[in-house]
Design a protein around this ligand. Structure first.
Ligand code: ZN
Length: 99
């Protein structure tokens, strides 16, 4: 059974699709497997993901923000670029060793 989080956190990103801030957060209150996130009440855009044991309301907000906050999406792309640059350097080093 899903329960809805009553208090909206001030750090909630607006919906990526429509920019609404009217987001319904929820997760299963199970002490085992959990699934949670948010749904935009204006356009129906949903962001849900698997959650750890005994999730908190803040965990549901984090799942939502990771896919709806433009600044968090930019940061994620920057981390991907950094990881790719690091991997290229490792591969170039290996290539150099084997020549
Ligand atoms: Zn929306």
């Amino acid at each position: 059974m899903t329960y809805e989080i009553k208090v909206l956190k001030p750090n909630v990103a607006p919906c990526f699709e429509c920019n609404s801030k009217d987001i319904a957060f929820s997760h299963y209150g199970h002490p085992r497997f959990n699934y949670g996130g948010g749904e935009c009440r204006q356009c129906g855009h949903k962001t849900f993901s698997a959650m750890g044991i005994n999730p908190t309301d803040e965990d549901a907000v984090k799942i939502w923000n990771a896919q709806n906050s433009i600044s968090e999406l930019i940061d994620a792309q920057r981390r991907t670029i950094q990881a790719s640059k690091k991997r290229i350097l490792e591969l170039q080093h290996l290539q150099h060793q084997r020549q």
